[in-house]
Ligand binder design. Structure first.
Ligand SMILES: [Zn+2]
Length: 353
């Protein structure tokens, strides 16, 4: 292990972090849309990705926000709801963008290591949604200093779950029904650790036949629906086991935020209009078994990214694996949380641009 660079190296490490962030953000198997976040600590200052921004844009625009760690950690320790509002701890004088820090800022602050990356790695999620996740992960992560944190809503509840493991100083966290955190003393080490963990958790997606885009285009026509931005999104409707997994409910938070609660599966012969009439609303995406997926015409880029994510996750979960879905209460608390409403608002604004 190399020693942590001193402050003089901060600029170089920040540049390395931006490059790492952009690479992670451009890999749909690690990050989708505004999900995932990276950070670096400089004394008591935590530089963290801004809420609602995309890691993929880390080289083009300034997406890092400075947060004062000591008061934020004190708020977590005290169970103070202020810990939910990391923007109250931003260092305004050094934050010209005025952006808010990530809703997952406490995750980063609680890790003692200098560099932290949190990603929604699809191989990780495919294991972290299982009720037997600990046993499955244990086999694959033997030799790592890792910890499993059961599902909690991001924010204070998740921070409390992570805080329980602080004495162990894990550098790999698996967040149940959510994703992966890796931490190290340098960007290069964090990057290497992320690569290694991903390799250990790798599961091949079941291959699927091609989507029937001709038939889907006919169904979409004049119905307020369109083909997905990424053809990989169709796979969830082209593999019966994956469709059944999706039909079971919501598996992780960003699905709920950007696609809504659960997934809507069309019944045989149904058109989008039939589906709308049956369920009384127009879902962001509709799965047509054996054909593929349609997106609502006004669905955001984030919704498209999450549609691809669902296909990537569901086709990696073995048929019959025991799954833990988000409960009705967990779905509800996500959609009614102010911090998530802020993220949705940024997303809607970006969709209009
Ligand atoms: Zn996350």
């Amino acid at each position: 292990m190399t020693s942590a660079p001193d402050t003089a190296d901060l600029q170089a490490e920040m540049a390395a972090l931006r490059a790492f962030s952009a690479a992670v953000g451009s890999d749909p198997s690690l990050t989708q849309a505004a999900g995932g976040n990276t950070s670096i600590k400089d004394g008591d200052t935590l530089w963290i990705k801004a809420s609602g921004t995309w890691l993929a844009h880390a080289l083009e625009r300034d997406i890092m926000v400075p947060v004062e760690m000591t008061p934020l950690l004190a708020a977590v320790e005290a169970g103070d709801p202020a810990a939910e509002q990391a923007h109250r701890f931003t260092i305004a004088a050094r934050n010209p963008s005025g952006l808010r820090p990530s809703i997952e800022t406490t995750v980063h602050a609680l890790m003692p290591q200098r560099v932290v990356a949190h990603v929604h790695c699809v191989d990780t999620i495919a294991l972290a949604v299982r009720t037997d996740a600990v046993a499955e992960l244990g086999q694959r992560l033997d030799g790592f200093n890792w910890a499993y944190v059961p599902y909690h809503r991001p924010g204070l509840p998740l921070a409390k779950g992570i805080a329980l493991h602080r004495a162990q100083r894990p550098d790999v966290l698996i967040l149940g029904n959510h994703g992966l955190v890796v931490a190290a003393e340098s960007v290069a080490e964090a990057e290497a650790l992320l690569r290694t963990v991903k390799q250990h958790l790798r599961q091949d997606a079941r291959p699927t036949p091609p989507a029937d885009t001709k038939r889907l285009a006919q169904l979409a026509d004049a119905a307020g629906y369109r083909l997905p931005a990424d053809r990989a999104a169709h796979a969830v409707a082209l593999d019966a086991a994956a469709t059944a997994i999706a039909a079971g409910g919501s598996l992780y938070p960003d699905h709920v935020i950007f696609l809504g609660v659960g997934s809507t599966v069309a019944q045989p012969g149904e058109t989008p209009a039939d589906v709308r009439r049956r369920i009384g609303s127009a879902p962001a995406s509709i799965l047509f078994p054996g054909l593929g997926v349609l997106m609502r015409a006004d669905a955001s880029a984030s919704a498209d990214a999450m549609a691809r994510c669902l296909a990537d996750v569901a086709t990696r979960i073995p048929k019959g694996a025991p799954l833990r879905y988000l409960s009705e209460d967990e779905n509800h608390e996500l959609t009614n949380w102010d911090a998530e409403k802020y993220r949705q608002k940024l997303d809607a604004a970006a969709a209009k641009r």
